[in-house]
Write a protein that binds this ligand. Structure first.
Ligand code: ATP
Length: 318
């Protein structure tokens, strides 16, 4: 393969730039031409193809977001849009495409594979909601951002005998709440995968006072409840001083952690290796510390499994 493209699609995630950088430089080292495609699939439809040199990705490994920008593109959901996208790539001589994004973006990649473009998907999303891989690019940084907020809250909370409720991202997937809650020593972790009643929260807060604790952290994934509502409920039913915070989009930004730079770099280089062998229709992941690839549809059809064991561990160490 002589000419390949790379794009980022869906939500941005820290570490995407490390992946773009690795794709560009490892492709160049194999004598391939690389095009950066701006704004996800919208850039394929608009022919926003930018030739990338080794220096075009200088000074990007430490930056959050994505230098290629990202977009959601409705036209790619139609057959006409997909046909046009494949046609534009073929006309530009781009034979292979590396798509960094989530499962929606992988569906787009699979549609292009069926139209003769060899596509490789890299998991770029802070949510860690792709079952085929242990970790996605951006998840570790998002957890560290939440952890930083928890650390700061702890300092002020313990001076005030206060309960803090921290709402984090995760509509369907509670991994950010679980991992950052675990690392932050949260007293209660609420995730969409594990049902709970509000009475259980009150019971726990009662026990928690009896055990001598005077302040506590509740981490709630957005798909498991709203911080403001929980705050009102606890205030109404206890005499605890409660404050809630929604971390929101700060969780998407920031300089990527070393782990996300490693994942982006290792997966980017691996994806180029596949295209160099004319292999497409694959997604790249990490399992048991090994980078691997598998069929796109097979990978995105795997049902997500919540790490209940870890969740139970978190409950025993408060
Ligand atoms: P995130 O996990 O950050 O939300 P994502 O890749 O799942 O990332 P989506 O908004 O679902 O985000 O998808 C991103 C883009 O991928 C869409 O805007 C669209 O252009 C393309 N896409 C999504 N689903 C399909 C599909 N079934 N066929 C073709 N293209 C698709």
């Amino acid at each position: 393969m002589k000419k390949i493209g790379v794009l980022t699609s869906g939500g941005d995630a820290p570490g995407m730039n490390a992946a773009i950088r690795a794709v560009v430089r490892s492709a160049l080292s194999r004598g391939m031409e690389v095009y950066g495609i701006e704004n996800g699939y919208a850039g394929v439809l608009n022919k926003d193809f930018i030739p990338m040199g080794a220096r075009s990705v200088s000074d990007t490994i430490q930056r959050g977001g994505t230098i290629l920008r990202t977009a959601r593109c409705k036209e790619m959901m139609t057959d006409e849009g997909r046909d046009l996208a494949a046609r534009n790539l073929k006309e530009a001589g781009i034979e292979g495409l590396i798509v960094i994004g989530g499962d929606g973006s992988f569906h787009g990649a699979e549609a292009l594979c069926r139209r003769g473009i060899a596509c490789i998907g890299l998991p770029g999303t802070i949510d860690n909601d792709l079952a085929y891989t242990d970790y996605t690019i951006g998840f570790d940084t998002a957890c560290n951002t939440v952890l930083d907020a928890i650390n700061r809250l702890r300092d002020t909370m313990s001076s005030h005998n206060r309960v803090s409720i921290v709402e984090v991202m995760g509509r369907n997937c509670g991994d950010i709440a679980l991992y950052a809650g675990l690392g932050g020593g949260a007293e209660i972790i609420l995730v969409p995968e594990v049902p709970y009643t509000r009475q259980e929260i009150l019971d726990y807060l009662g026990d928690f006072r009896k055990s001598g604790k005077r302040s506590g952290i509740i981490v709630v994934a957005e798909g498991a409840g709203h911080a403001g509502e929980l705050e009102e409920f606890i205030k109404k039913n206890t005499d605890l001083d409660v404050k809630s915070i929604i971390l929101g989009h700060v969780q998407r930004g920031g300089s990527p952690s070393n782990f996300d730079r490693y994942l982006g770099t290792a997966m980017g280089a691996y994806a180029v290796g596949l295209l160099a062998k004319n292999i497409g229709n694959r997604i790249v992941g990490i399992k048991n510390n090994e980078i691997f690839d598998m069929d796109i549809i097979e990978g995105i059809s795997i049902p997500r499994k919540f790490n209940k064991k870890l969740y139970d561990v978190a409950k025993t160490v408060v």
